[in-house]
Write a protein of this length. Structure first.
Length: 134
């Protein structure tokens, strides 16, 4: 867990906007973070957010605009940005990443959805790893 926080801190000033990223959990070599300022709930079963994936042994951080439909159990990455840790520069952008896929009920993405829904509904859900970045 500490390794993910160190890696995420290296990405410090990546591309502009203020984000409030919270560590949700990790699976294998990938840490999952949600920008709580980006969470939107267009309906009672839809949620969108900026989701960050940090690969432990990679020099990249991936930022996805993620859309989840909890009624369908599906998700879609609507756009993606890849940043280089060393230079903190944007490496690539994709406007459409994938079609909808199923995320199942026992996966890391389910935990991400639960975190985001709880945060949005309560506005007070915090983990010990929350950090504000500017």
């Amino acid at each position: 867990v500490a390794a993910y926080l160190v890696i995420l801190s290296l990405a410090g000033n990546v591309e502009a906007a203020r984000a409030d990223r919270y560590f949700v959990d990790y699976e294998g070599n990938t840490g999952y973070y949600v920008d709580v300022n980006s969470i939107e709930m267009p309906s009672d079963h839809e949620i969108e957010m900026d989701l960050y994936l940090v690969k432990l042994h990679s020099r990249y951080m991936y930022r996805y605009r993620a859309y989840f439909d909890t009624a369908e159990g599906s998700y879609e990455y609507r756009n993606a940005r890849v940043y280089d840790y060393e230079t903190k520069k944007l490496m690539s952008v994709a406007d459409h990443v994938q079609e909808k896929l199923s995320y199942g009920k026992s996966t890391m993405l389910q935990e991400v959805v639960e975190f985001a829904v709880d945060w949005k509904k309560s506005h007070i859900y915090k983990t010990q790893y929350g950090e504000t970045w500017e």
